[in-house]
Write a protein that binds this ligand. Structure first.
Ligand code: GLA
Length: 387
């Protein structure tokens, strides 16, 4: 049994003298298809073995006691007053989800809970979506609401958008909830139709290198990218076809024909999104056909797009990608997630990983003063009750 599962269970029993339900909810990686989710495009994530664990049971009072082992905090929450807490940011990920159920007319029974996780915070592996998904899953179970997984993912996304204020797309929570061991998920973010693809990487592994930085631009710039994409879409609807459902489906020819009319930033953002959505679809074909070299080349092309057109990389991410992409043992390398810090995702030949890491960490530390962390990714199932 996972050590975190044992810990949250024990702390819960010590505090509440009863047995909890335990939900495990994973972090995610994304192989390709970045910043496409909120543009109605495709993404290719997988759930990881790093996860959040939540021990939970109804409290039988109007309040609940919540214990965060990682934050070393215990708070008492009044379920009659669900509003953001200034000094306990972690609790807002729970409160936001409760509020979404209640907004839909589903009264949530107060609960006690204990949580802990091993998803590195700030790494871009979506520790917050994992916690929110765990909470949503647990509330759905305890109260017998019977909502399906897709609806749950949408509810959790709305919690993040409205309560936390980050206008994220649906990829993170969808991947956390729907993950399947040894598989990636090709998700159409417009329709939420998805397919599992077996992850056959031969003698290569998915490796993350963690910059150890999270520039505070991340949320404001993220929300700004959304606005720039919306501006582009509004333009194409006005000048070409008002029924086009999203930016990902805009033909490149429309974009090229509009160069002189679009603000150059908006033009580049749109170019990246349209190209990335085409790239992920052909990258999926590569993966299915076992053309791993081609898949890797597309990952690196995604990085170039995110750096030069979409403007969401940073010097630390670029340094890590530039240092490895030409290595023989590396198929592809790119920044992963929202940007401005977090990790790069790399496909690396298994027997070269340690040697490459040793060289890279010396270089990275010399350049930035930061110790480079590495995570070898193991895929896992999505959010589930483990006891
Ligand atoms: C963050 C968001 C996701 C997605 C990625 C970029 O992780 O939470 O919804 O937009 O950035 O692909």
């Amino acid at each position: 049994m996972n050590q975190l599962q044992i810990t949250v269970n024990q702390v819960f029993i010590d505090n509440f003298k009863k047995k909890p339900m335990i939900v495990r909810s994973p972090g995610r990686v994304n192989l390709i298809g970045e910043h496409t989710d909120y543009n109605g495009g495709f993404v290719l994530p997988a759930a990881t073995d790093k996860a959040a664990f939540l021990a939970v049971a109804p409290s039988n009072l109007e309040t609940g006691k919540w214990i965060s082992i990682d934050m070393k905090e215990t708070i008492e929450v009044d379920f009659k007053e669900i509003r953001p807490l200034q000094n306990h940011a972690w609790a807002n990920y729970i409160l936001g989800v409760i509020q979404q159920f209640e907004n839909r007319g589903m009264k949530v029974q107060p609960f006690d809970c204990v949580m802990a996780g091993d998803i590195p915070i700030g790494s871009g592996m979506s520790s917050s979506a994992a916690l929110e998904s765990a909470v949503g899953y647990a509330i759905n179970e305890i109260n017998g609401f019977g909502i399906d997984k897709k609806t749950l993912a949408k509810l959790v996304q709305q919690a993040e958008n409205e309560f936390i204020g980050v206008k994220c797309g649906i990829m993170d929570m969808f991947a956390s909830i729907h993950g399947k061991e040894n598989n990636v998920i090709r998700l159409n973010c417009e329709t939420l139709d998805f397919e599992y693809f077996p992850l056959n990487l031969g003698d290569h592994k998915i490796v993350l290198f963690d910059t150890g930085v999270k520039h505070n631009l991340v949320e404001s710039e993220y929300n700004l990218r959304r606005l720039q994409c919306e501006e582009g879409l509004a333009f194409f609807r006005k000048h070409f076809d008002d029924t086009i459902p999203n930016l990902s489906q805009v033909p490149l020819a429309w974009l090229q024909a509009s160069k002189s009319q679009l603000n150059s930033k908006v033009y580049h953002r749109c170019q990246y999104v349209i190209e990335e959505n085409q790239r992920i679809l052909s990258a999926c074909e590569d993966l299915q056909a076992g053309r791993l070299n081609d898949f890797g080349i597309k990952m690196t092309a995604t990085h170039e797009g995110l750096r030069n057109l979409y403007g969401v990389s940073c010097s630390e991410l670029d340094f890590l990608v530039d240092s490895v992409w030409h290595e023989k043992s590396v198929l592809g390398s790119r920044m992963m997630g929202g940007g401005f810090g977090g990790c790069t995702i790399n496909l690396i030949k298994s027997d070269s990983i340690d040697e490459l890491y040793n060289r890279l960490s010396v270089k990275y530390e010399r350049k930035t003063g930061i110790k480079l962390k590495m995570y070898c990714v193991v895929t896992a199932n999505g959010t589930e009750i483990v006891s």
